[in-house]
Design a protein around this ligand. Sequence first.
Ligand code: AMP
Ligand code: MG
Length: 414
Amino acid sequence: MSLDEAMANVLARAVPLQAIETVATFDADGRVLAQDLVSALQVPPNDNSSMDGYALRAADVTEPGKVLPVTQRIAAGHAGEPLEPGTCARIFTGAPMPAGADAVVMQEDTADVGGNIHGVHIQVMPQPGQWVRRAGEDVTRGAVVLARGERLSPASLGLAASLGLAHLNVVARPRVALFSTGDELVMPGEVPPEAMKPGAIYNSNRFFLRALLRRLGCEVSDLGIVPDRREATLAALKTAADHHDLILTSGGVSVGEEDHIKPAVQQLGSLDLWQIAMKPGKPFACGTVKRDAGAGPAAGQVCHFIGLPGNPVSSFVTFLLLVRPFLLRLQGVEPAALKTTTLPAHFTLNKADKRREFLRVRRNAAGGLDLFPNQSSGVLTSAVWGDGLVDNPAGSTIQRGDLVSFISFADLLA
Ligand code: AMP
Ligand code: MG
């Protein structure tokens, strides 16, 4: 199966979650808006000064150096009186413009008159509107400021707050049950490196998968390591299905006899096992697990299942390319097409692969891409060293200087 087919197929299975919850705006970073935010007011609420200086009528300054009496003082948070013609008001940044004034002259463009006279020399010819922030120039009343399906960023939280919103309705977090399979896996902290048995390795997938899920706004139930036995796999799947939207596993989806995921998911639901024509990441499983009576109102419905390959880089890359868009759509976000940049390769790749390859590369100071020397799907160092992937079409070699298609991890992790 081609990666494009696999992507379309996985995405088509994701039906946006209906559950909505109300969270404090303070806690809504990364969450997805469940409804349009319509402004009930204009921002800023009044015309106000964008400078410390003097508010006046521009037409009153008939020549540079004109003296105007200062009749009031308006600080931010305080309203002034209507401005008499031929006078000016001392004003500070953010303070509302007094009625009648149409411009601000910044204090650097004025000079004290001196003596006991409370007036200033206006040393420039002001233009109407200068240094005035117009009411509603940021947001007009009734405007859709943020649309349903948008993921909230720190800036959008500020914008929502500027509309007076202390709470926001957001899409419920997808509930994801995560487990790793493999009898060789040991949790860091449980056995020190010098005491590891032959053949044992630390469970690394669990750490980046949990972190990736969290970044995508999921609520993660980490079920730990499930041994390579049919009964244990069945039990883990059954427990997880009732109260989760997705069960995500790593390992055990090849077709070796120690790979128990396939028969177990088939027994409890349905499973498609694909050989995706991509490197790293060939084996990939996608299906459903039925919920049983224990699921309460959700009994009889299904929980999604995705099985990632065990090799760490395969797991990482297939998560980014296939699981991430799935999880975005579950939350009602339409995932954008992969963002690619064309950059020159500062390396050669002499051996073409039959499969579409995602090479771990790094941008260099000369504006080109360097290749991590070991592209094995088990070498997680490549994913840390690299800042992105080259999407290399099947059967293609790369010569130094060739333009290649680069996908940055920053975009894939955003
Ligand atoms: P599998 O897909 O189960 O055949 O595993 C493929 C390779 O990935 C094997 O070398 C496993 O030891 C390794 N692997 C599987 N799961 C993990 C994990 N959670 N952390 C690190 N390596 C893993
Ligand atoms: Mg295994």
